[in-house]
Ligand binder design. Structure first.
Ligand code: CP
Length: 316
């Protein structure tokens, strides 16, 4: 694998999930693979899980890690071609990506959507520019439209808690006070389309997602109906896609409560974190024994570790 920018960069999701679970059972079994190799983690946005779990994954493989908060510590980058750079941008990505590539063997990048210009966000400007100009493999730590390491961690968690029948998995919108991007839900849907499952998306009218990502997934506007007999409830807020980046409603009736979970088949509760308690989900649900949020965060290490392992194997 050259780059990991999308879940479809994996040749086989199910095999990769099994490999990740095997790594989790013996996380230092490939501790020599990355000896002498370095990963640069470049953050254009905040992080807790991605930053720490990817470092831990790299260290489990024997790699050195360099982390930079690019947005606050680096020069402001220009991404457009042919620009007269006489304003506030000090360095072009053409040089920056090549320079960073000299200091590491893999570069990993987090750069969220701006949520102002849909077309611009969909070009994945930061990630795609690094893929274009870097001379080493590039890993997506959450871009404007995808978070494939989170989706792989979620696939690992779904496998670990699998039920004996074909599972019903529900992706539910929940309210939030800030306009949030679509990256996590896009990648969750991409991943679910590779699974054998009864998959349902539920959200209020106005929160329809990109039809090119949703494809023929079932959409149910009645949340309680969607929850009936569900085995997994995956919750995430997102802003409007059609009225791009806007909050079109904050209906608090969509918060996940124990009453709603009673409609399910004793479903597990999932969320990628960070989560706003008693806005997105009640304390009672997230603190219940059916909540998998801490396990999901733990699996971020093994999703990153299996991806880095596959890339390192191509560098040998
Ligand atoms: N889920 C996730 O990516 O968490 P962070 O934003 O804290 O990295």
């Amino acid at each position: 694998m050259k780059n990991y920018s999308h879940i479809n960069d994996l040749k086989n999701l199910q095999e990769t999930v099994q490999e990740a679970i095997s790594l989790k059972n013996n996380e230092l079994q490939f501790e020599s693979l990355g000896k002498g190799k370095t990963i640069c983690l470049l953050f254009f946005n905040n992080s807790l899980r991605t930053r720490l779990s990817t470092q831990k994954a790299a260290q489990n493989l024997g790699m050195n890690t360099i982390v930079m908060n690019f947005d606050s510590e680096g020069w402001q980058l220009e991404f457009e071609d042919g620009v007269v750079m006489n304003q506030n941008k000090s360095e072009h990505v053409k040089e920056a990506a090549k320079v960073v590539s000299q200091y590491c063997d893999i570069v990993a990048i987090r750069a969220f959507a701006g949520l102002v210009d849909k077309e611009k966000d969909e070009t994945e400007l930061v990630l795609s520019s690094f893929i274009k100009y870097a001379t080493v493999p590039v890993v997506n730590l959450e871009s404007s439209i995808g978070h494939p390491l989170q989706a792989l961690a979620d696939a690992i968690t779904l496998e670990e808690y699998k039920v004996s029948h074909k599972p019903k998995v529900v992706l539910s919108w929940a309210p939030h006070s800030k306009a949030l991007p679509h990256a996590v839900v896009n990648s969750f849907i991409d991943m679910m389309l590779l699974q054998e499952a009864d998959f349902v998306i539920t959200h209020p009218v106005g929160y329809e997602l990109n039809p090119k990502i949703v494809k023929n997934s079932k959409v149910e506007y009645n949340q309680e109906k969607a929850f009936e007999n569900a085995d997994f409830i995956y919750v995430k807020n997102w802003s409007s896609y059609n009225d791009y980046g806007k909050i079109v409603s904050q209906d608090e009736n969509w918060m996940i409560t124990s009453h709603k979970m009673e409609h399910t088949n004793n479903a597990k509760f999932m969320h990628c974190l960070p989560v706003r308690r008693n806005v997105v989900v009640s304390d009672k649900v997230i603190d219940s024994e059916n909540s998998l949020v801490i396990e999901q965060a733990n699996n971020r290490t093994y999703s990153a570790q299996i991806v880095l392992k596959k890339i390192l194997e191509t560098l040998k």
